[in-house]
Every structure is written in structure tokens, then in C-alpha cells.
Design a protein around this ligand. Sequence first.
Ligand code: SF4
Length: 194
Amino acid sequence: MHAQVLRGLEAAHRTGFCGTKIDTVVVRGVNDDELADLLEFGKQQGAEVRFIEYMDVGHSNGWRLDEVVPATEIVALIDADAGLEPIARNYPGEVADRWRYRDGDGELGVIASVSQPFCSTCTRARLSAEGKLYTCLFALDGTDLRGPLRAGASDADLHDAIRAIWRVRADRYSELRSEATANRPRIEMFAIGG
Ligand code: SF4
């Protein structure tokens, strides 16, 4: 699998595919000593590396708070090595803080999903393989869209249904994260996409 992913990245680079991103979850004691190597690999592949704080999505990853490397620490590590300066977000609601190398050699992103939650500006909806719409990575359940679709719902009907779901959404798991939320059932990441 790993070799296939590398071949896919190389193929994307060879064919001039633009906008490739390498999203990387940083876990303390696992890969937090490989940030510079990954950034170098990203440069070679013409891809932007984005580092993501390790999240407690689902229950199968055995998440522990002390394994989270905060975004400030990630930036400090890279800054000490390569020299960084912040740049503005591309659009409202963009989840990554953007940084560029002071020497002009490209940019990277850091997603502070645990230490600096951004639920108030979150615009992410996810569709599971069985056609349920989830309005949060940590949702207990989604809303079935497959049923209406198979019953003949038009694009406009689905549009209205999604809009109605989104209007009443009040998700803010990351802002509420605590011992009280730790054992709540929640969807696994592999069920709703990365
Ligand atoms: S916890 Fe849910 S609402 Fe908050 S940023 Fe993550 S996906 Fe969005």
C-alpha cells in the first residue's frame, strides 16, 4: 500500500498534476522526528505538506492526548530548522494555517484541530459509503440521503435536504473535547473519508 501511494504521488508529479497535498497526522514518538524529511519529500514531489494534529476520531486508533504534537510545537520545530513566516488563508473557513519558507522555497500547512479548534468556521460535510451525510467528524450518526435518492429525489430536492440539515447543525466537538466526550460513540474516520 505504501509503495502504491508513493507511485501515485510520483505519477501525479510527472503528469504535472497541480495542487497535490500530502496530509500527515503527527503523532508524538511515532513520526515527530520526520517532519523535515517529509517536507523535503514534498518539495521533490511538487506537493504541499500539511501537518495535522492527531485527533480522537472514532475509537479504533487508541488516541491519547499526550501523543498530540500541538501546532505551535510543529511550527517551532520547522521554523528553527528552515525559517518560516505566516501567510494569509486562501479563503474563509480554510482549516490549515499557512506558512512559507523565508527563503521562498515553498509553503506548508498546519492544522491545529485539537489545540485551536475551528468549529465555528467549519464547513466540512462528509458522505459515507452508504449514503449518509455527516456534519461533523465526531458525529454520532448521519442523515440518510441514499433512500430519498433511490426514491427519485431530484437534485433540487437533495439540495434542499442538505441545506435543511446544515441550517440546524450545531456541531462543536473539538471545542467541547473533554473526559466527558471521550467515551461517546462516534463514526470511524475510514467510514467517512480522510
Ligand atoms: S469537531 Fe466537527 S464541527 Fe468541529 S471542526 Fe471538527 S468536524 Fe468541524
